[in-house]
Design a protein around this ligand. Structure first.
Ligand code: VGL
Ligand code: ZN
Length: 216
């Protein structure tokens, strides 16, 4: 395993109340990533935390499509889109970070998904695969060549972020124990397969800590 070096950023994806147990789009065991992220965040030169940040009229919410079932598919201008329960509505407690997540360590808090007609799973591009969030420029200006990804959910926002990071030329490592998945119709297995084939590396928090010499 490569040790996170001077060119490494930790990108913590969407560790928000709505993705944790009790939330509107709860990921099973989602809160389990919080202590792991808190442990490894200090080991990185750059730390970015993302927030899914939707207006109430967001097009990815089933409620905003008359008669549409939760988790069914719709067609957006950019292609197929899952219809989710309303989640991470701007300014609500569901959109807030998990209260135990140490966000004081964040160099940058990046919000995404705020355009009503485009969803944004990835921290780099909206779901049209074309509209940038600005994160790639930020990381490059800070000298980052390797991104390490943790957070929620492995098979959606983490997966899309990983694939975009590879496409943009970053080295990518998924911190697998610091992620949890939604697993909609086998999406978790497909996401892990796609990331592996694309060249994403996989690491665990204890390996990172041991490689750096923390906690031995
Ligand atoms: C996410 C579904 C909808 C995620 C965000 O953070 O993985 N999933 N919005
Ligand atoms: Zn969302």
């Amino acid at each position: 395993m490569t040790v996170p070096g001077a060119d490494a950023a930790l990108i913590v994806i969407d560790v928000q109340n709505d993705f944790c147990p009790g939330g509107a789009l709860a990921v099973a065991d989602g809160a389990a990533v919080v202590p792991l992220v808190n442990q490894i965040a200090p080991l990185f030169k750059v730390r970015v935390f993302t927030q899914d940040w939707h207006p109430a009229d967001h097009g990815s919410f089933a409620d905003n499509h008359a008669g549409a079932a939760l988790f069914s598919m719709t067609e957006m201008s950019y292609g197929p889109q899952v219809l989710w329960p309303a989640h991470c509505v701007q300014g609500t407690s569901g959109a807030a970070f998990h209260p135990d997540l140490d966000t004081n360590r964040a160099d940058l808090v990046l919000r995404k998904g705020f355009r009503p007609h485009v969803d944004s799973y990835s921290a780099f591009f909206e779901n049209d695969r074309d509209t940038p969030t600005g994160l790639a420029g930020y990381l490059r200006e800070r000298g980052i060549a390797h991104v390490w990804l943790a957070g929620l959910a492995t098979d959606f926002c983490v997966h899309y972020s990983a694939m975009d990071a590879i496409r943009l030329g970053f080295a990518v490592t998924l911190v697998e124990d610091a992620c949890r998945e939604i697993d909609l119709d086998g999406s978790h297995g497909r996401a892990l397969g796609a990331m592996g084939s694309a060249g994403v590396a996989f690491a665990r928090t204890e390996e990172i800590r041991a490689a750096i010499g923390v906690g031995r």
